[in-house]
Unconditional design. Structure first.
Length: 74
């Protein structure tokens, strides 16, 4: 069972296919988090976040800001 703390949910949404431009509703965000955790697991979600911050730090920072705002409001 995965501990669904704020960081885990943010990492999962970050690693998902959902984009800010999709303007996802709360159901889509929840489904994206669940799907990413089922497909990748929490460690691989965190790894993808780390990889993006290493490869594309500016874009990753902007995505993480969106992710954190989205998770906080869902």
């Amino acid at each position: 069972m995965v501990d669904l703390n704020l960081d885990t949910m943010c990492e999962a949404l970050f690693a998902s296919h959902v984009q800010a431009s999709d303007r996802p509703d709360s159901e889509q965000v929840s489904a994206a988090i669940t799907g990413a955790l089922e497909l990748l697991g929490p460690q691989d979600c965190a790894g993808r976040v780390a990889q993006e911050f290493g490869d594309h730090p500016e874009a990753a920072a902007a995505r993480m800001r969106w992710v954190r705002q989205t998770v906080a409001t869902v």
